[in-house]
Design a protein around this ligand. Structure first.
Ligand SMILES: NC(=O)c1ccc[n+]([C@@H]2O[C@H](COP(=O)([O-])OP(=O)(O)OC[C@H]3O[C@@H](n4cnc5c(N)ncnc54)[C@H](OP(=O)(O)O)[C@@H]3O)[C@@H](O)[C@H]2O)c1
Length: 305
């Protein structure tokens, strides 16, 4: 049976991807500071910022494939600790790619839509990048380091939402839990993305590896919403009060790192490579709801112990 090594297995993407993969293939997930209790896959702890840590893991696990999801993905933390961001988001991906190349292991590396400045929108893979934050600049450097060390690697530019370990990682959880508690929240009317349900993303990344895709791909929903519209969609899907969401501009938010306003993305290259369409926003939110009804959100939270 195929054996996949998933880094960042306590994170929003890594955990959902590991859980889904474990239903059909052998999975080893790597966590650092957040242990998993009762996960249906093998869990190893490792601080991948330590020199040689990833190489030692690969020697131990001997995986058939690697999905590298671990990162410092908090944009404001990266502004405050640029050295940590550089290590995890720029250098580490290059090391992961080098080790995978040395052993001939197919690799999917996870990057971000934030490599673009968001001034124009509707980006294709070849468009000029212009990162606007420490996080985004380091993620772009990470992409380049992966490509230099391992041209066979697949690099997925993504942004996503879903149910996470502590119920706090994702924008859908922000809207769902606050609106469920009857609390007022703000939604940005001037920040657009093609965010994708993490479970659809997980399926797609595994499919990219199965098909042997290499190079940079945009992996997103095929349509876009503003963060405000996304909140309203969540409210409607879960029968919550959309009137609790106040539409505001990101300029009035007080966030530390600059946000890019229009990160709408084209997915034609991926759709052609996979021979199918990416899901729409509406389809993703409907699946998010189905997962909730099936107990997925609570099951994930129980893994936190
Ligand atoms: N969330 C989004 O919408 C979004 C958007 C664009 C791109 N991305 C990219 O997608 C990928 C996954 O993001 P995510 O949102 O799932 O991340 P996340 O929920 O913040 O989780 C980050 C993961 O990385 C692990 N990690 C951090 N430092 C580590 C270290 N020193 N050693 C080993 N593991 C370490 C964490 O482990 P512990 O928690 O156990 O310490 C955790 O499992 C990242 O590459 C991110 O840049 C995310």
């Amino acid at each position: 049976m195929k054996h996949v090594l998933v880094t960042g297995a306590s994170g929003l993407l890594g955990l959902n991807l590991a859980l889904q993969s474990a239903e059909r293939i052998r999975v080893t997930g790597v966590t650092n500071s957040h242990p998993l209790n009762g996960a249906p896959f093998t869990v190893l702890q490792a601080d991948l910022a330590q020199p040689g840590a990833f190489a030692r893991l690969v020697e131990q696990v001997k995986p058939d494939e690697v999905v590298h999801c671990a990162a410092q993905a908090n944009i404001d933390t990266c502004e405050k600790d640029p050295a940590q961001s550089a290590r995890l988001n720029a250098e580490l991906p290059g090391e992961v790619a080098e080790v995978c190349a040395k052993h001939g292991i197919p690799l999917a590396h996870i990057s971000t839509d934030a490599v673009f400045d968001g001034l124009r929108g509707n980006y294709v893979e070849e468009d000029e990048t212009n990162p606007q934050s420490v996080y985004a600049a380091d993620k772009l450097a990470g992409e380049r380091n992966v490509q230099a060390a391992n041209p066979q690697a697949a690099i997925a530019r993504v942004t996503f939402y879903g149910w996470s370990l502590r119920g706090q990682r994702s924008l859908c959880e922000f809207f769902f839990y606050n609106l469920s508690a009857g609390k007022r929240v703000n939604g940005f009317t001037d920040v657009y993305s093609c965010t994708m349900l993490v479970n659809d993303l997980a399926d797609t990344v595994l499919e990219m590896l199965d098909k042997g895709l290499r190079g940079v791909y945009h992996v997103f929903s095929r349509d876009a919403q503003s963060k405000y519209q996304f909140g309203v969609s969540i409210a409607r899907q879960f029968s919550l009060d959309e009137g609790l969401i106040t539409p505001i501009s990101v300029e009035d938010s007080g966030l530390v790192a600059r946000r890019s306003p229009n990160l709408t993305m084209r997915v034609d290259k991926l759709e052609a490579a996979l021979g199918r369409q990416m899901p729409t926003q509406a389809e993703g939110i409907a699946r998010l709801h189905d997962l909730y009804l099936s107990g997925h959100a609570e099951r994930i939270k129980r893994l936190a112990g």
